[in-house]
Structures are given as structure tokens and as C-alpha cells.
Write a protein that binds this ligand. Structure first.
Ligand SMILES: Nc1ncnc2c1ncn2[C@@H]1O[C@H](COP(=O)(O)OP(=O)(O)O)[C@@H](O)[C@H]1O
Ligand SMILES: [Mg+2]
Length: 278
């Protein structure tokens, strides 16, 4: 699919939900991977000190370039922030796919933020100055955020054009999505942000499950049916393996997962296109 970025700068998307285990990191890495296969130069920025995206993508890099196995990360996001720039951080994972890596020391971000800012607004827009230069270098930037960090959540959102809500079909993920969307509304009106929810992507807990159907119905009522992605992510064992082995494209189980994420990414691009036309 032909996809053009607006005004020559990266479209920035936060994958959001307040709850952990909602499929955020999985969606960030696999949508990023699929976009890169479509000739879209993509950077995933890991904003979670647990660094799950960093681990998965570094393993993906080694699976793609076995000769690089064992190479380490020079600089992680917290060090980049302290030094004043993230520009030399992106690590090439594969063609068109880059990673700004995180590490456990990013837990110190909130403290650093409060020490180095003097107003609400400075606090909430602190990271955007770091992301700006990266927006010239990529077509698509995907932000992977931790659960429950209000500081990182706000900073991700104020730097984003869109939020994609990751919704695992369980009650706590739905309430996490609802409170997340509520918070987005507050931030958008406080700062007159130009921010849209590009869609809510369901990740099924159980394929053809009763609870899953119930949660999906509730989500449709809560957010509007048109805001729910038509492509759902089924429960797939291979996705769990990607998290520990990296993303590969070798056997039919790999290809099945990648085919679904290819559909999701196509739908995402269509949705972005619709927003651009409006
Ligand atoms: N479609 C899926 N099928 C099977 N396991 C999944 C699927 N999506 C996510 N998972 C697994 O669920 C767990 C939580 O997902 P993750 O993406 O890490 O959520 P979050 O980033 O919101 O905490 C991980 O172990 C991940 O491998
Ligand atoms: Mg995560």
C-alpha cells in the first residue's frame, strides 16, 4: 500500500491502555515490524523501564543478523535524556525498523522530570523536545509506554498525533482503556492537542470465548463500533514465543502471526488516511 506521511514528518502513535498485560508491547513491536516491511521507515521508542520491547527487538535483530549476536546497547533512553539528545540512539533492527532502547534506569524519569521542570506544561511536554528531531528522520514513530505511569503517559500523548488503544478482552483491560480515554480527553482539552484515537485494537484472550464477546460488545457501546478495529488479534502461542526469541519469519506459525499483523497495519494505514482526508 502506498502511504505518505503528512508534511514530511513522522506520524507518531502511542499504543495506550493504563493496564499492564493489555497487549501494548506486542502490538507496538508487531505493527512496527509490519510497517517496516511496507517500506515505511519506522522507529519504536521504548518508554517502559521494564524494556520488554527492547528485549524483543534486540532478539529480532540477532535473528536477522546472527553475526551481530552479543553486541550490546551503547546508550539507552535515560542516558540520552540526561545528555540532551536522542538523535544517536536509534538502533537498526532490520531494514526500515529502528529502536530507541529503554533500560531499568528509566524508572528514574519521573524524579528527573520534576527536578528539571518548573510548571505543569513543561512537565507534560518535556519529552517532545527530544522527539522532535527524530520526527524528521522517520515516517512512523511508535511509542510503547509502561502501565500506570502518569508522567510517561502524558509525555507520550503530548508528543503524539494518534493513540491506538490496545484492548485485551478482559474486564480490567476494558476499564483501563476507559480511564485512559478519559484522561486523553482531559489532556486534549487542557492543551488543545491535535490528537485522535485512531482505533481500539482487540486482542482476544480466548478465541471464540464468551467473555471475549461480552467485552467486545461493551467496548462497542463504550467507544462506538466504528472506533473498534475490524481486525482482531487472536490468541496465538507464537506471539508469546516472539517475546522470548524475537520476531522471525520462517515457518507457517510465524507467517500466520505476521499475516494478521499485516492486516492490522493495513487497516491502521487506512484509518490514518481517513483522518488525513477529514
Ligand atoms: N495475541 C496474543 N496471543 C498470545 N499471547 C499474547 C498475545 N498478545 C500478547 N500476548 C502475551 O500477553 C502478555 C502481555 O502482552 P504485552 O504485549 O506485554 O502487554 P503490555 O505491554 O500491555 O503489558 C505477553 O506475555 C505477550 O506475549
Ligand atoms: Mg508493555
Amino acid at each position: 500500500m502506498e502511504w505518505k506521511k503528512s508534511n514530511g514528518r513522522a506520524t507518531t502513535i502511542t499504543i495506550g491502555n493504563y493496564k499492564g498485560g493489555a497487549g501494548k508491547t506486542t502490538n507496538a513491536t508487531l505493527i512496527g515490524y509490519s510497517a517496516s516491511n511496507k517500506d515505511i521507515k519506522t522507529c519504536i521508542i521504548d518508554l517502559d523501564p521494564q524494556s520488554n520491547a527492547t528485549k524483543e527487538l534486540m532478539l529480532t535483530k540477532f535473528a536477522n543478523y546472527p553475526e551481530l549476536e552479543g553486541t550490546t546497547i551503547n546508550k539507552t533512553i535515560m542516558a540520552g535524556i540526561e545528555e540532551g539528545s536522542l538523535e544517536d540512539l536509534p538502533i537498526e533492527i532490520k531494514e526500515n525498523l529502528f529502536l530507541v532502547p529503554s533500560f531499568i534506569d528509566f524508572e528514574g524519569f519521573a524524579k528527573y522530570l520534576y527536578k528539571n521542570t518548573s510548571s505543569d506544561k513543561e512537565e507534560d511536554f518535556f519529552l517532545s523536545q527530544y522527539f522532535e528531531p527524530l520526527k524528521d528522520k522517520f515516517d512512523l514513530i511508535i511509542l510503547d509506554v509502561p502501565p500506570m505511569s502518569i508522567e510517561i503517559t502524558k509525555n507520550a500523548v503530548t508528543s503524539s498525533d494518534y493513540v491506538l488503544i490496545s484492548l485485551q478482552t478482559q474486564e480490567y483491560s476494558l476499564t483501563g482503556a476507559e480511564s485512559y480515554v478519559e484522561e486523553l480527553g482531559k489532556l486534549t482539552s487542557k492543551y488543545s492537542l491535535n490528537l485522535d484515537v485512531v482505533g481500539i485494537l482487540p486482542v482476544l484472550m480466548k478465541n471464540h470465548g464468551k467473555v471475549d464477546e461480552y467485552i467486545l460488545d461493551s467496548a462497542k457501546k463504550s467507544f462506538g463500533e466504528e472506533n473498534i478495529f475490524q481486525t482482531y488479534i487472536p490468541q496465538m502461542e507464537r506471539i508469546k514465543r516472539f517475546a522470548v526469541n524475537g520476531i522471525t519469519n520462517l515457518d507457517r506459525h510465524d507467517k500466520k502471526v505476521l499475516a494478521i499483523y499485516d492486516n492490522v497495519t493495513n487497516e491502521l494505514l487506512e484509518r490514518l488516511e481517513q483522518f488525513n482526508i477529514q
